[in-house]
Design a protein around this ligand. Sequence first.
Ligand code: 13P
Ligand code: SF4
Length: 363
Amino acid sequence: MSTIALAKDMDRDTAVAGGGDTGTRRYARLPRPDLTFTDEVREATAPVYEKVKHLIPEIEWPLLAPVIHAINTLKVERNAVILAHNYMTPEIFHGVSDIVGDSLALAKEAAKSEADVIIQCGVHFMAETAKILNPEKTVLIPDMNAGCSLAESITAADVRGLREKHPGVPIVTYVNTSADVKAECDICCTSANAVQVVESLNAPRVLLIPDQFLAANVARQTDVEILTWAGACEVHERFTADELREYRDIVPGVKIVAHPECPPEVVDEADFTGSTTGMIDWVKEHRPEKVMLVTECSMADNIASATPGVDYVRPCNLCPHMKRITLTKILDSLLEMKDEVTVDPAVAARARTSVERMINLKS
Ligand code: 13P
Ligand code: SF4
């Protein structure tokens, strides 16, 4: 009897199929744990509370701590690793993640992972990247609807159209794209290495898709001619240079740190521009008295505990997709082994070439 037929025959409440492309791994659905705030839970989660107490009132901790404790217990039972993007909320970032970082770091860690299960706390393209690099592992995302305006701005057919229109021009895809799009491109890049990837191709002209603003910001740092696509991040495109100039007037001495998905005129107003991890490292190194992170709101929350004495000046914009990931959904993922991310093996093989070319570039 095949494993798939066996899974079908089992009690539907206790058998959950996993293992993605192969369908060979099956997991039991686990019973919901007791979520009482016991002394054991209080003690086990005390180091986490230390890092988030400036954000989460003490009265709310008895609700969150048991979920954090349950996730950390279950993740060992499932041999799961939790990869969390820097935009996750602080209770996820500090409470349950094994690895935190920007898209480049998460892709590299996914490639190295020895766990059976990867739980991607981030958006769908990040989970797909983890699956592309780990076809034999079970990759879960706590909410399948966690999308991205950049990933949704372009399709594989669009990329084929670009190839026809620009024969011989290499195509670099930002990691914020679907596996289908990555499969049509020559190499992948992230905000941390876009200039390096573009220059590694030794071509006079390169298509860098789909973020028009990242492309414009890269174009200013290289002699390579950059062609692009009309995509944009709905979080970063909303910042304006006028707004930043107003903040400089209102908050004298404030340092401004921006993400390269912001429009170039916004980047021009910044003291530093870099990937989310680049931004965090800059603040940790320079320890400005006042800083404004021109990016998603959780960034400041997450690094505040590691940077005492730094005053974080808002505004920031929330990413509604990243915010779909919650502690409760992570717990459900571990209990029910959902939502499983799969990628067609033929597409994954071609997309892997793109991602691995990037990972293998010498930094
Ligand atoms: P980073 O790779 O810099 O973390 O950016 C990912 C992202 O989605 C930013 O909007
Ligand atoms: Fe996509 Fe922007 Fe959200 Fe990042 S912040 S996931 S680029 S919509």
